[in-house]
Structures are given as structure tokens and as C-alpha cells.
Design a protein around this ligand. Structure first.
Ligand code: MN
Length: 434
């Protein structure tokens, strides 16, 4: 398997006990990056999650070479400087931090001084994001959603050729834990001649995987598919909040606008491409009769290892459930490996016209829905546009999101012969419209 090295060894243990728990998202094999602040810090810095702790990387003195360069870049209140240090520096830092945090670490005492409790830290938006593009990579989502807007013509003829996307809004991206205000907008009710301007009635989430560009590309220079992976720093969970009633009225002919750009929530921890190496799998197998990807999107290596087996889950916690101290209710569960387009195909297609990518750009997959009823990544699909509401254990029902509801995403990876790693959570409570 490519990209596997000693940092993925399942036998590794950390002197941080909580990192050895079988259900932790952050064992020593993961080492995701984020930006954090504690009450004692004047400025936020980059940290690495390990169990229930955060390693404050910038102050570490036990590092050397490119790892030390990378660690210095972690003094910034965003990941962009670390991204700019380049893949060799990211990898060198990962290796030296892995050795530093192991149970047989030679520098345990030095490392312990730089560990803070995650419970005492505020986690911030991890990057300065200049551009945000959202794809539509699940053929199951495209077909399900298309059927509701165009019953006789669910999947448009371009879908199996073009990795479809829209340019969304970077300014309204917020980190997990930030509340989301229900938007108001133009809504055209079915039996009315003219639209109204009112609070969204059909508020939805979209369960998505996001990735950050770490290595930029030049304007006018397409990125070949076999080099696409080299541009990706890491991955996060992402909620592309969607106002379905506003979307239905505004989306033709130029696509989503105000139905989407009022808020996007991302998870605070960025799981590196290197950490995900053991969970790479074959790309989604196109059914017989589907066209082969055009040559610029076709690669044997990408077909063999361009899929990512990330189990993605969406949960709902209503106000009433929170009051009664109930656990969040799982709405769906499905693997990212079922998406029609790989992340390399998305990145390559994005640059195929010469469009340049910048450090910190965020690209998302689109709603991750699988073929099964319990793997649908939006309420639009789960409830057939609200007509078959979800029944919650306490007796409540939901067609779409109600005020006070919290949507929670979780993601994790498992592979035979490797440790389990996770993404942490991506969550946000919806507030009433103003
Ligand atoms: Mn989306």
C-alpha cells in the first residue's frame, strides 16, 4: 500500500493514555492539525490532537530539520503557513511528533510540557480560506435530489462526464460549535402566483467531506490527475447548510446562491492525507454501460487507490432531547468510498481550464449519500422532501430542521491491520430567523 510508513504501525502506543483508548478519534496514528486557544494564550496557534490533549507544536524544541521548520510555522493562528512549508515538511513533522508521543519516547518530559487539555481549549477555524468550491460527487445524491426537482429527468446527461460543482462562499464558513441562523429568503409556495420573503421552512444539512489545498497551482496550469493528491493537505467534515425552499425557486439557471451561502460548518481537526493512507481503496466502480471518464480524468493509480473508506455519520439532537439528556439520534451512515468521483478527479477537473488553486482553498465533495436508505446524507433525501418525516425515539418527527436542533457529523476510518482513526465532530445548533 503506498504511503504507509512507521507512523501507521498499529502496534504504536502513546504515553498519553487517552490516545490508546480503542474508541478515541485521535490515536497516535492520526495526529490531525487544528488551531486552538486557551485562556493563557494571547494568540491562537496550530496544535495536533492526541487523545484528549492538544500538542502545542510551535514551542517544541526536540525537533530537527524540516520538522522544525514546519513546527515554527505552527506559531500562526491558521494552518496556511504550515501548508506553505510543503509536503516534505508536513511529513517530517508527523514522523518526529509520532516518535515524540510514543510510549517509548526519549523526550517525554519535554513533550509533556507542551500538552494542554482539549477541554480547556477553544478550537478555531483551522485555515484562512480564500475560496470554497462544492462538488456534487455522489451519484446517489444527484439522482435522489434530481428526482425531487425533476421527477421525469433525475440525472442530467452531463453528470457521468463532468464532476459538477458550484463556487460557494468562503466568508460564511465557521468552525464546529458556532450557531447557525435560519435564513430568510424568497420562497415560491406551490399554490401561489408570486413568491414571498420569509424565514426558510425547509432547512436542511448536507453531509460532506472537505479537503484543503496545501500546495497551490499556477493560473493557466492544469494539474494532471496523477499529481492531484500532492496538492491536498488534509480532510475535514463539512456541513453545507441548505435552504431547500429558497433553492428550488432561485437555482435556475445559474445554480445555488443564497440557499447555500448563509453558513457552512467545518470540523476543527484536519486529518492529513498521509494519515488517511491506510484507508485508501478502489475508486467507485462505475456500473456497466456508464461512460469511462474522459482521458484527463482517467488514471489507473486513481482507480486502484483513489477511493477513501471514511464512514460518515449524521446525528440529530433536538431541544427536547437535549433537555431530557437523550443521546443524539443517528440519521444516516455511509462510506465516502461510494462517491462517483474521486477527490483527485475533483481537483484535476477544477484546474483543467487553468483555474488556479491557492493555499487554504477549501473543496467539498457534495452530499455523501450511498445506495441504501440509511446512507442518505440529507433530510431532503431521508424524508422525501419532508413528505415522510423521520420518527425520533422520543415521539418527535422531523421533515426538515427545526429551530434549536443540533446537527452533528462524525467520521471514522477502519482497515484490517491498522488502527481506527476519526475526524472528531462537526456540529452546530440552528437558531430562529431574525
Ligand atoms: Mn453541498
Amino acid at each position: 500500500m503506498t504511503g504507509i510508513n512507521e507512523t501507521h504501525d498499529p502496534k504504536l502506543r502513546s504515553f498519553v493514555d487517552s490516545a490508546n483508548a480503542p474508541d478515541t478519534d485521535f490515536p497516535i496514528h492520526n495526529l490531525p492539525f487544528g488551531v486552538f486557544r486557551t485562556a493563557k494564550m494571547d494568540v491562537p496557534r496550530v496544535g495536533i490532537a492526541i487523545g484528549d490533549r492538544i500538542l502545542d507544536v510551535a514551542g517544541l524544541s526536540a525537533l530537527s530539520g524540516p520538522a522544525q521548520t514546519a513546527a515554527k510555522a505552527c506559531a500562526a493562528p491558521h494552518l496556511n503557513d504550515l501548508m506553505a512549508a510543503g509536503p516534505d515538511a508536513w511529513s517530517a513533522l508527523r514522523l518526529q511528533v509520532s516518535r515524540l508521543l510514543r510510549s517509548d519516547s526519549k523526550d517525554r518530559a519535554a513533550a509533556e510540557k507542551h500538552l494542554v487539555a482539549m477541554a480547556d481549549a477553544e478550537l478555531l477555524l483551522p485555515a484562512k480560506i480564500g475560496n470554497f468550491t462544492d462538488f456534487f460527487a455522489s451519484v446517489f445524491h444527484a439522482t435522489n435530489a434530481g428526482r425531487m426537482f425533476r421527477p421525469d429527468n433525475p440525472l442530467l446527461p452531463n453528470y457521468k462526464y463532468v464532476p459538477v460543482a458550484y463556487h460557494s462562499r468562503a466568508s460564511s464558513i465557521r468552525v464546529s460549535g458556532t450557531t447557525v441562523r435560519r435564513p430568510r429568503g424568497q420562497i415560491k409556495l406551490p399554490n401561489e402566483a408570486v413568491p414571498i420573503f420569509a424565514p426558510c421552512r425547509n432547512l436542511d444539512y448536507e453531509l460532506e467531506l472537505g479537503f484543503y489545498v496545501g500546495v497551490p497551482s499556477d493560473l493557466g496550469q492544469p494539474v494532471p490527475i496523477d499529481q492531484a493528491g500532492e496538492h491536498i493537505f488534509g480532510f475535514c467534515l463539512l456541513n453545507d447548510w441548505s435552504a431547500r425552499d429558497i433553492q428550488a425557486w432561485e437555482y435556475q439557471p445559474l445554480g445555488p446562491f443564497l440557499a447555500k451561502n448563509f453558513a457552512t460548518t467545518v470540523s476543527p481537526w484536519v486529518v492529513t492525507a498521509e494519515a488517511l493512507a491506510p484507508y485508501r481503496t478502489t475508486a467507485y466502480a462505475r456500473p456497466q454501460g456508464d461512460p469511462a471518464p474522459l482521458p484527463y480524468l482517467a488514471s489507473d493509480a486513481d482507480q486502484a487507490g483513489g477511493g477513501l473508506d471514511i464512514m460518515m455519520e449524521a446525528y440529530l439532537l433536538t431541544d427536547a432531547m437535549r433537555t431530557q439528556k437523550q443521546a443524539p439520534f443517528r440519521l444516516s451512515r455511509g462510506s465516502f468510498a461510494s462517491t462517483y468521483w474521486t477527490v483527485a478527479q475533483m481537483l484535476t477537473h477544477h484546474t483543467s481550464n487553468g483555474c488556479n488553486l491557492e493555499i487554504g482553498d477549501l473543496v467539498a465533495s457534495g452530499t455523501v449519500s450511498g445506495p441504501d436508505k440509511d446512507s442518505l446524507g440529507s433530510l431532503l433525501e431521508l424524508t422525501l422532501r419532508g413528505t415522510e418525516p423521520v420518527q425520533l425515539p422520543g415521539g418527535e418527527t422531523r421533515g426538515f430542521i427545526a429551530d434549536g436542533d443540533e446537527i452533528i457529523f462524525r467520521g471514522s476510518c477502519e482497515a484490517k491491520g491498522f488502527a481506527r482513526i476519526g475526524f472528531g465532530e462537526c456540529r452546530a445548533v440552528v437558531l430562529p430567523a431574525i
